[in-house]
Unconditional design. Sequence first.
Length: 188
Amino acid sequence: MANYFILDAQADRTQLRIAESRIPERYTNAVLDGESIKPARSAPVAYIEKKTAKAADFVGGVVTVPIVSAKMQGALERVAEACEFYPVRLTLRRDASVGFRYLIFNALGLVDAFDWERSKYRRLADSPGVSRVEKLVLDESKVGNRNVFRLSAFRTQLIVSGKARAELESAQLLGLQFIPTSEYRPAI
């Protein structure tokens, strides 16, 4: 059984999904850098696709930062070593009276566990990171005791341990999928 998984939202169009994000760039940058967010005075807004969507605990769509329910927050707090949560308001573009309270999830710190020898990737120009990963291999000896993290070389994916997966599954959360890192394939 795999030890680490990419945590992703299910591609279920009937569930709550983001159509357009108004989350400030400083939030996105902080999340991708594993740094603490300097929050705005009021909660940022993201627009959902449709009013009739079913609730989800992990919200998918066009958004870089993970958006989670309060129920998922509780599960993550039990396994994530260093994390923070900030309110975000999900609403319809044409009907602001429709609103859902969710949270932005930020896993603090980056882990330098990208296996440069066994992974297949393309490097970013003038950067220590990678732009595209065809095959993702972790150097598990460098993960330490982290259960929820991003890689310093490949920051776009949220990775969870088998322990974190078990905790999230036991919480019976909706809208999550766990992709073994060995089976990761980039979106086309």
